[in-house]
Design a protein around this ligand. Structure first.
Ligand SMILES: [Zn+2]
Length: 257
């Protein structure tokens, strides 16, 4: 067969950086770059198949087909299913990666094609892929800008309640959670510093009590400090917004900080 007529494609290598060349279901990796040609060898150890492409990698010029093993169709199917999840992540970077993974599983089941690898095995690479789509992290809280869809919940409801870059505080709460908070006779608050995302110092969580027994987190605030002013600003904002948005006012008179 004329090697120039062979179909080929490059796919990202799953286990290391770089790309693999796929020809007739076999995977090749780059071995040598010469001034006028690129040499490839089969990725299987002990297999002596070789091929040469022109320097621009537009066609195969020589193919020594000495395959000692079967084509790696399973690997390619795994690659394809992972790639389909990557494409979904690129289109919907704000969606949960587990939900997108489940869509790929359902799709594979419906079409009787290879299932993607187990979620635990590819979770890290999916997160890494999504992180590529995330906006850059601001150096200072004064530069923080949170726009849709990053200001919304996964089901596209408003989540960002207030952002005050002068004070260095951002408050996230959904409208439904705000109504829970307004009806709660007791609220609990707790701060954590370890997991606060840069450039903030603290994640402060407000819990409401529902049906007088369930303590649930309803509001998350990012703060650049832990002064009384920060806490007062948060609770006053929640109080005024709950009155405006859900028509219920809660009293801060008994608040002890
Ligand atoms: Zn081979």
């Amino acid at each position: 067969m004329d090697p120039g007529a062979l179909k080929f494609e490059f796919v990202p290598s799953l286990r290391r950086r770089g790309k693999n060349l796929i020809v007739e279901g076999f995977r090749f990796k780059k071995n040598l770059s010469k001034p006028k040609a690129i040499h490839f060898i089969c990725v299987e150890q002990n297999c002596r198949s070789r091929l040469i492409m022109d320097f621009d990698q537009t066609k195969i010029t020589t193919y020594s087909n000495n395959q000692t093993h079967d084509p790696d169709f399973e690997y390619l199917a795994e690659h394809e299913s992972r790639h389909s999840i990557f494409e979904m992540i690129d289109k919907n970077p704000t969606q949960k990666i587990k939900s997108l993974y489940m869509i790929a599983v359902e799709n594979a089941t419906t079409n009787a094609i290879f299932l993607p690898p187990p979620f635990s095995k590819i979770r890290t690479s999916l997160i890494r892929r999504r992180n590529r789509q995330l906006p850059p992290i601001p150096h200072s809280f004064r530069d923080v800008d949170i726009v849709s869809p990053w200001s919304d919940t996964f089901d596209c409801q408003s989540f960002l309640l207030d952002k005050n870059n002068e004070r260095g505080i951002v408050i996230f709460i959904s409208l439904r959670a705000l109504s829970y908070l307004s009806k709660s006779s007791v609220i609990f608050c707790d701060g954590t510093f370890k997991t606060a995302p840069r450039p903030y110092e603290q994640i402060y969580t407000v819990f409401a009590v529902i049906d007088e027994k369930w303590k649930v987190p309803v509001c998350w605030s990012l703060m650049n400090g832990k002064t009384e002013d920060h806490y007062k600003y948060l609770l006053q904002t929640l109080s005024s917004k709950s009155e405006t948005l859900v028509g219920v006012k809660f009293e801060l008179s008994s608040l002890r900080l």
